[in-house]
Design a protein around this ligand. Structure first.
Ligand code: G6P
Ligand code: ZN
Length: 547
């Protein structure tokens, strides 16, 4: 066995390695600084080594720097005597597939290289995030510990290795570390075959009860979608759009929403549109669901999945409970109430679902930010959501638009829209939020246009499982007509601050259920920007993105 030299490299600590909502996300150039990635990985290993980790899973979404980062992580892990590494072949591992691998092989942690839906390439973003032994994103306690460690790090250890060949399944023994390179797509596809009835879906495709157009946005889900939909379920290759995973994601912005998935939206508005249209983001955890000429908002998607949960093999016997993030619409709450099951309201961020899933309080959860998932992994899962929708459409044998209408006729409709004001100066954004925070005690009974404020608060969450409290999770304003506005600052941006304004207007089943969500929420939006003094404090009169 060949021994590789290990060197201890003296380094300067960086002060900006504080992970956000989903890991450390920065411009590629920041990660290209000497020692930057090495420092952060060593800080993580220093924290992790207190628990004597045996196996770490490593992979990423295939973006620029992915392979380079993986090679460095291997060399650092070897130098730190991590006993085993499971590395994704070609570095390709979607976030939900990473979560599955961690659980399946009982790994102690995962390192996922991704900046999710942020653009990639030399000028784009890069990111690194950690998952724990349950497959969920690392809790804040751990990421803060890593941050603290990073601020005083003075050296890291690295083995002098040549780059490993990651292009085929292989095993290596490097000093005290066993490294296995494995296909990160195969296990995931097999798992989906366990969770869904592939025979029925295959028949659905053959009989044209279902047809699909899936946009992989030139990101990580391309190879997964090919093996799932084409190879396993018999969909034609033409069911896939932008299925080649590229390091710069084809120059696009792999965020599956109406703005960034414009090609898919156009195809789904055409007369010959397939039954289901869908897309996923850079690292495969988000999803967009469309029907022919029908957008399914993520909040509605969660509600419909709950309504028809018994059609999903996973929930044939029923479901224990459900959760949504606070800014997600209340559509799912009404379905949960009709089923008599618990519905939890958590802060934004998938990690808050982890304890509820582990404690078997919930089995299905979702967020307005195009995230949907279940207890099968501890991340949101874009392709799982697409398979769930295909299963429901196949079983009901109805167009998506019909399924939505019937849902609203039963439960009413939460018209929903989100306004994003991007790249605001941090100081201005902070002032806006602190003025709103100060305002919550005085807002009651004030009117803005036709809207009268009934109550307002700063959302705070106490985790019912471990009792931890998360404060300042956004401002909620409730109006007398049942509508609601939520404000929060994005935790995932890389430049300036992004103010998100979430609008929800409830329409009971007797009213007009087929309006346009943007139009219906326009007057509520006017009230929302007035309440927060958006134009005075930020100089913005229009949002940059409306979804
Ligand atoms: C990531 C997390 C999601 C969360 C989203 C919020 O995608 O995985 O769970 O909903 O960030 O993003 P924001 O930019 O609104 O903080
Ligand atoms: Zn993502």
């Amino acid at each position: 066995m060949k021994e590789f030299e290990v060197v201890e490299v003296a380094t300067q600590a960086f002060t900006d390695q504080k992970p956000g909502t989903s890991g450390l996300r920065k411009k590629v150039q920041v990660f290209q600084q000497a020692h930057y990635l090495e420092n952060f990985v060593q800080s993580f290993l220093n924290v992790l080594q207190k628990n004597d980790p045996q196996l770490i899973v490593v992979g990423g979404d295939g973006r620029y720097l992915n392979l380079e980062a993986i090679q460095k992580i291997i060399a650092i892990a070897v130098a730190n005597d991590v006993p085993q590494l499971l590395i994704a072949r070609d570095g390709i591992l979607s976030t939900p597939a990473a979560s599955h691998w961690i659980r399946k092989y009982q790994a102690d942690a995962g390192i996922i290289l991704s900046a999710s839906h942020n653009p990639a390439g030399e000028q784009g973003d890069f990111g690194i995030k950690f998952n724990g032994a349950n497959g969920a994103p690392a809790p804040e306690s751990l990421t803060s510990e890593v941050f603290e460690e990073s601020k005083s790090l003075s050296s890291y250890k690295i083995a002098k290795l040549d780059n490993l060949d990651l292009t085929s399944d292989k095993d290596f023994v490097l000093n005290n570390t066993r490294v296995a390179i494995r296909d990160g797509v195969e296990d995931y596809v097999l798992y989906m075959a366990d969770l869904f009835n592939f025979t029925q879906l295959d028949q659905g495709f053959k009989s044209n009860k279902i047809s699909l157009l899936f946009d992989a946005m030139n990101a990580v889900t391309g190879p997964y979608a090919h093996r799932l939909f084409v190879d396993a379920l018999g969909a034609p290759a033409s069911a896939l759009l932008n299925a080649e995973a590229k390091v710069d994601f084809g120059g696009g912005h792999p965020d599956p929403n109406l703005v960034h998935a414009a090609d898919l939206v156009a195809a789904m508005n055409a007369d010959d549109a397939p039954v289901v249209g869908a897309a996923s983001d850079g690292d495969g955890d988000r999803n967009l669901i469309l029907g022919k000429q029908q957008f399914v908002s993520p909040s509605d998607s969660l509600a419909v999945l709950l309504e028809h949960h018994r059609l999903l093999p996973q929930f044939e016997e029923g479901i224990l409970g459900v959760a949504r993030s606070m800014p997600t619409s209340t559509a799912v709450d009404r379905v949960a109430a009709s089923l008599g099951i618990d519905c939890y309201e958590t802060p934004t961020g998938w990690k808050f679902f982890g304890n509820l899933l582990d404690d078997k309080r919930i089995q299905l959860c979702g967020e307005e930010s195009f995230g949907t998932g279940s207890d099968h992994v501890r991340e949101k899962d874009g392709l799982w959501a697409v398979l769930a929708w295909l299963t429901i459409v196949n079983a009901l044998n109805k167009p998506v638009a019909q399924i939505m209408l019937e849902h609203w006729q039963r439960f009413g409709r939460s018209y929903y829209c989100r306004y994003d004001f991007e790249g605001i100066e941090n100081a201005a954004a902070d002032q806006l939020m602190s003025e709103l925070t100060a305002g919550v005690t005085t807002f009651k009974d004030q009117s803005f246009g036709n809207y009268i404020i009934q109550s307002a608060d700063v959302f705070e969450y106490e985790d019912p499982v471990d009792g931890s409290v998360s404060k300042n999770q956004g401002i909620r304003i409730f109006f007398t007509d049942g509508s609601r506005v939520v404000y929060r600052l994005s935790g995932t941006g890389t430049q300036g601050a992004t103010l998100r304004v979430y609008l929800e207007q409830y329409q009971s089943p007797e009213g007009d259920l087929l309006g346009d969500a943007r139009e219906v929420t326009t007057t509520l939006a006017q009230a929302a920007v007035e309440i927060a003094k958006v134009s005075t404090l930020t100089g913005r009169t229009e949002p940059d993105v409306i979804t």
